[in-house]
Every structure is written in structure tokens, then in C-alpha cells.
Design a binder for this molecule. Structure first.
Ligand code: ADP
Ligand code: MG
Length: 362
């Protein structure tokens, strides 16, 4: 029996270094990571204002910190839970140019390498890893592995939740195959692109790996059980698109409905999957308002609890065996109850349980 664990979403905040343009423009840096968990807003001009000056998260990273550390500290454990049958998602949230793609690309590669490594070290289980990739642009879903350009639809599946219908899935053979598929996705994203920044700032990209495994000795047998889960790496559209104030939007920009909805969901949930958020920030003074919006989103995400559970897919025979064991256990309990206890009510309850179990099996 598996007990669901209740956990908070892991929220990490990463400040990128000033870029060349910002340095050339002599931009000031208003943000500083004062320890592993606190980021401070230091703007001497704004001192005395009522804006909170310190924000705390599970982890915060300054501009000098390599992505490898961001990965090792928390996202690694989340991503690797997929091999044990636990669904998980890792989101990158932040304004355009704050470093979402930079961070997420590396994290996806580190995670896939570690998943392959885990599979290599666990020869006693047979694994299959499937890869799929989609882009959500202007609220339509496109398959990044398919060149036919048609949009995909969402469907509610009673077992899997919301699924993207007919998204192509490739069974990963090895690392080179994974890299090949990444370049197919990159090529697909270029098609129909007018300006790279414009499109990438407006679209969400999701890479999903589905990992299935079964003990080798039970492979093909009808009493086998399979663990199945997926990990999603989600590089969100620039968070400036979630702005609700029309006047703030530059000409030609539209509110990104799905990003707005994500914010609403996170806000509502903050008052069943395992997940991590990485919020990326620009340190520049000119971006301070967007940076604060990102931190406020991150603060809400911190409050969300999820319930991670292991997804076990059982064959009919394995299910029957489990029910037989449960029946035997209840029968023993009933026998003990009859001999040790003369409380009629307790017996009634036990009898009902056995009767229920028989019905399920019948
Ligand atoms: P976003 O996806 O949020 O729009 P990008 O990931 O494309 O932003 O990053 C914008 C630019 O900043 C890129 O040229 C990227 O290489 C650089 N960059 C982002 N984060 C870092 C970082 N932590 N260290 C060094 N360069 C970074
Ligand atoms: Mg990007």
C-alpha cells in the first residue's frame, strides 16, 4: 500500500547577471541574494516605501550560480521521481529575457541524462521512455514533433487528467536520439516565425517524458504491475504577458490567457502533483516592476500543496491477487474478532467489509 505524501511546491528563484546591453546602459542592480533563501530589494531611492524588501523561497540564486547547482539542489529529485511512478512538472516563470529558456534547457538535459543513468543502473527493471513536445501559441496547441502544422485538441481523460489528443510520442533510444528530437522541435518552432523573440516570449513550450517500467522477471506475464508517470518541463511565455492592465502592454501585445489562468490557479490553490517552479529574474532597475510581479507569483506558488502518489498500473490477474490477499486478511481479522470480542456491532462491521470485498471480486 502506498501512502500519498502531501508536499509544498518547491519554489526557486534565480537572478541572472546583467547582460551586455544593461551594462552598457549602466543599469543598476537592485536585487541581492543575502543567503540561500532570501532575496533583498535594495533601492536606496525607494527606502521608506511600503514595498517589502525581503522575499524568502526554498532557494534563491545569484547571477554567478551555475545551472548545475540549480538542478542539483531540488529539481533533480523532482525530475527523478518519474522513474518511481510519480508525476511531476517543472515550470520556468519570469519575464522575457530573464533566463527561463537558458535555465530550462540545461535542466531538461541534466534530468534526461540522470534518467538514462538511473535506467542503466537498474537492469532488473525494463524501462521505456517516451518523448513528446508541444508549443502553445496564441492559445492553440502545436505538436513540435510533427510537421503537418495542424493544431491539437485537449481532452479530459478520467485516469490521466487533461491530455493533449494525438500528440506524437517517440520512444527514446538513447542520448543522441534525444538530441535529434530536440533539434526537430527547434526546427518546427522556427517555421512561421516572424521574429524569434516575439514568438518565444508569447508561447509556452512543454517537453514531456513518460517513463514506464516493469520488473524484468514479470515482463509479459499477466500478473505484472507497471509503474508509469510523466515529467513535464515547462518553459512559460514571458510573464509580462500575464499583465492585467492593458495600459502596461506595449503595442501589438496581447494578454496571454493561459498564463493569466495559471496565475489564477496558483493563487486559488495557494489558499496532486509533485512540482517545482523556477522563477527567473532580471536584476536591472528598469525591470523592477516585472521582477516584483514575478516574486509575488512565486510567493503564491510557495503556498500550494500537492499530493504525490505512485502510479501503478496492474494487470487483471495482479489486481485479483491483491483482492484475494485483502479478503484473506479480513477473514483472519473477522475470526479473531469473533473469538476475542463479544461486541456484536464490531462483528457486523467486519462482516460487511468481507461482503463488500466479495462483491468487488464477484
Ligand atoms: P527567456 O527565455 O526568459 O526570455 P533567455 O533564457 O533566452 O530568457 O535568456 C536571455 C539571455 O540571457 C540569453 O542570451 C541567455 O543566454 C542569457 N542568460 C539568461 N540567464 C543567464 C544566466 N543565469 N547566466 C548567464 N546568462 C544568462
Ligand atoms: Mg525563452
Amino acid at each position: 500500500m502506498y501512502v500519498d505524501r502531501e508536499e509544498k511546491i518547491l519554489v526557486m528563484v534565480r537572478l541572472r547577471p546583467l547582460n551586455k546591453k544593461e551594462i552598457a546602459a549602466k543599469e543598476a542592480t537592485d536585487w541581492e541574494c543575502i543567503n540561500d533563501t532570501t532575496i533583498l530589494y535594495r533601492n536606496t531611492l525607494r527606502q521608506g516605501s511600503n514595498i517589502p524588501s525581503a522575499y524568502s523561497f526554498d532557494r534563491v540564486y545569484g547571477g554567478e550560480c551555475p545551472t548545475r547547482q540549480v538542478y542539483e539542489d531540488g529539481t533533480k529529485e523532482i525530475a527523478l521521481s518519474v522513474v518511481k511512478g510519480i508525476n511531476c512538472s517543472i515550470f520556468a516563470y519570469g519575464q522575457t529575457s530573464s533566463g527561463k529558456t537558458y535555465t530550462m534547457t540545461a535542466i531538461t538535459e541534466f534530468a534526461v541524462a540522470d534518467i538514462f543513468d538511473y535506467i542503466f543502473q537498474h537492469e532488473e527493471r525494463a524501462f521505456s521512455v517516451k518523448f513528446s513536445a508541444i508549443e502553445i501559441y496564441n492559445e492553440t496547441i502545436r505538436d513540435l514533433l510533427s510537421s503537418d502544422g495542424t493544431s491539437l485538441r485537449l481532452r479530459d481523460d478520467p485516469e490521466k487528467g487533461t491530455v493533449v489528443e494525438k500528440a506524437r510520442e517517440e520512444t527514446l533510444r538513447d542520448w543522441n536520439h534525444f538530441k535529434e528530437l530536440l533539434s526537430v522541435c527547434a526546427a518546427q518552432r522556427k517555421i512561421g516565425e516572424t521574429s524569434l523573440n516575439e514568438r518565444s516570449s508569447r508561447s509556452h513550450q512543454i517537453i514531456k517524458l513518460t517513463v514506464e517500467s516493469c520488473a524484468c522477471e514479470l515482463l509479459g506475464k499477466d500478473n505484472s504491475t507497471t509503474l508509469m508517470a510523466s515529467v513535464s518541463f515547462i518553459d512559460l511565455a514571458g510573464s509580462e504577458r500575464a499583465s492585467q492592465t492593458m495600459s502596461r502592454l506595449k503595442e501589438g501585445c496581447h494578454i496571454n490567457q493561459s498564463l493569466l489562468a495559471l496565475g489564477t490557479v496558483i493563487r486559488k490553490l495557494s489558499k496532486g502533483r509533485q512540482g517545482g517552479h523556477i522563477c527567473t529574474l532580471s536584476p536591472a532597475r528598469s525591470h523592477v516592476e516585472l521582477t516584483k510581479n514575478t516574486l509575488s507569483f512565486a510567493s503564491c506558488a510557495k503556498e500550494v500543496t500537492t499530493k504525490a502518489h505512485i502510479n501503478v498500473v496492474m494487470s487483471d490477474k495482479a489486481l485479483l491477487k491483491q483482492l484475494q490477499c485483502e479478503l484473506a486478511r479480513l477473514e483472519t481479522e473477522l475470526r479473531n474478532a469473533t473469538s476475542n470480542c463479544d461486541c456484536a456491532m464490531k462483528k457486523d462491521i467486519q462482516i460487511q467489509k468481507v461482503w463488500f470485498c466479495n462483491c468487488v471480486m464477484g
